[in-house]
Design a protein around this ligand. Structure first.
Ligand SMILES: [Zn+2]
Ligand SMILES: [Zn+2]
Length: 475
């Protein structure tokens, strides 16, 4: 359920952000109103009871609460590394799971199900839940391109939630444009928006955006873009029809949330009809076992070579982004003959404004490295422009060559990044133009001027490589 998180929390114990908590405790980052987090260690079952208070439907029968308690616990344990870049396990926002003050009912549900989780191959399964699937559950890859589709997260008809809730939202063209631009889309006029493809569950798969670059967006990315800029109350799901109005668009839809996994509204109905928590879980997660969590020896987690920080609603792409990062880092280590850095952090920004504020770079730069950390524009625009993997690789080149090239002119550093980020064998034609100045690359006056400067930087760099120089000696 999408609600603002409760910020008033009782700090049980404030820990230094680096200490790892054992398995029956979680380090929870409570978002501070002004930014940043207060890290509090909570016993696992206290956490479960508080999340139930934040995420369960009002007046849920005990069996529905029990089913959700097991789901919430599994989700927390399967996603413990999510905030590694921030120094804790999980936050208290919709990004992770929302916490509220526990009630007697949620405390009892946590207690009744204590330690029980949905298991897959001996570990907590990577599962999801949604406020309402709107009558048909969804597979992960239809929401997050690149996500795996395990058999226990099928797209299945769900008569339990009865297709509700039904909703309408009227959004002005100017507001939609503002939301899309914040998500990294370019252009000053949204001339026409049209649904051009639906997935097998009937949800909107693709929308044409006439007048913008890129000129298409997935239904999920539109929902997220609108949610981040205009509020989550408008486009509640991607199961919608779209009609033009005099000054914008009317969205008529049903369901609430991404639709993957357990349907919270459906589980309430099933519990009211006498189904047990196990019945409910087997229905929404076919094939998963409900078992007590095997106690692991409490060792410090191994230092991860790749640490990825993703915004709300992009979490389903974590394993895909992790894989790209690891693969490109290893490939570049071979190509450049350098040691792979022991740890690389990537931060994907939810909006262009957030990217600009963190990096001091204009929104049309796609990516940047600040203090050794990679920063990326929102995934939607990079993905739709087909430059996501190349941008990650480009920024990794910077991280891995900076020690050698750090003091050279910018064209050497950017030239190397563009040159080694190319994923094709055919290099683009090499114009014989002057190498760009630092100012041209650092303070470009426009997108066109910047791409011209990059092309010249690459050409200057490629000329010296073609003449037999090592990348280390280009100057
Ligand atoms: Zn979080
Ligand atoms: Zn449902």
């Amino acid at each position: 359920m999408k609600r603002a998180a409760a910020l008033a929390c009782v700090a049980v114990l404030v820990m230094p952000a680096t200490a790892a908590a054992p398995d029956d405790q979680l380090r929870v980052g409570f978002a501070r109103p002004g930014g940043g987090y207060t890290v509090t260690v909570l016993p696992l079952e206290t956490y479960v009871a508080r999340v139930l208070a934040g995420e369960a439907a009002h007046d849920s029968p005990p069996a529905a609460l029990d089913a959700l308690a097991i789901t919430v616990r599994s989700y927390a344990l399967a996603n413990r590394s999510r905030h590694r870049a921030d120094g804790f396990d999980l936050c208290d926002q919709t990004h992770c799971q929302v916490l509220r003050a526990a009630t007697a009912a949620t405390d009892r549900a946590a207690e009744r199900t204590a330690g029980r989780v949905l298991m897959r191959d001996g570990a907590p399964a990577s599962i999801y839940y949604t406020a309402s699937c709107g009558g048909r559950t969804e597979i992960p890859s239809a929401v997050w391109p690149g996500a795996a589709d395990p058999p226990y997260l099928p797209s299945k008809k769900d008569d339990a939630c009865g297709g509700g809730p039904v909703w309408t939202a009227d959004l002005g063209a100017a507001d939609l444009l503002r939301a899309l631009r914040a998500a990294g889309f370019r252009g000053n006029r949204l001339r026409q928006m049209r649904v051009v493809a639906r997935d097998r569950s009937g949800r909107v798969a693709q929308i044409d955006l006439e007048g913008l670059i890129p000129d298409r967006i997935s239904g999920q990315d539109l929902r997220v873009a609108a949610g981040r800029t205009l509020g989550w109350q408008h486009i509640k799901s991607t199961a919608f029809d779209l009609q033009r109005t005099t000054d914008g668009y009317r969205f008529t839809g049903h369901g609430s949330g991404h639709g993957v996994g357990l349907c919270v509204i459906g589980s309430v109905r099933l519990a009211a009809d006498g189904k047990s928590a196990a019945d409910i879980l087997h229905r929404y997660f076919p094939g998963l076992e409900i078992a007590p969590l095997a106690r692991q020896p409490t060792t410090a987690p191994a230092a991860a070579p790749v640490v990825v920080s993703l915004p709300d609603e992009d979490e389903g792409e974590r394993s895909f982004v992790d894989d790209v990062m690891s693969r490109e880092r290893d490939d570049l280590a071979r190509t450049l003959s350098v040691a792979a850095p022991p740890r690389v952090t990537l931060r994907v920004h939810p909006t262009t404004t957030s990217f600009e504020q963190s990096t001091g770079r204009p929104w049309f730069t796609s990516g940047a490295v600040v203090n050794g950390e990679l920063h990326l524009l929102p995934l939607a625009s990079l993905r739709e422009r087909g430059v996501l993997e190349r941008t990650i690789r480009h920024e990794l080149v910077h991280v891995m060559t900076d020690q050698v090239l750090g003091r050279r002119p910018l064209w050497v550093r950017e030239g190397a990044a563009v040159y080694f980020a190319e994923l094709t064998q055919e290099p683009p034609p090499t114009p014989r133009a002057a190498c760009p100045s630092d100012a041209e690359l650092l303070h470009p006056v426009s997108i066109g001027a910047l791409s011209n400067a990059y092309a010249r930087a690459r050409a200057c760099f490629a000329r010296q490589i073609a003449a037999g120089k090592s990348w280390r000696d280009v100057k």
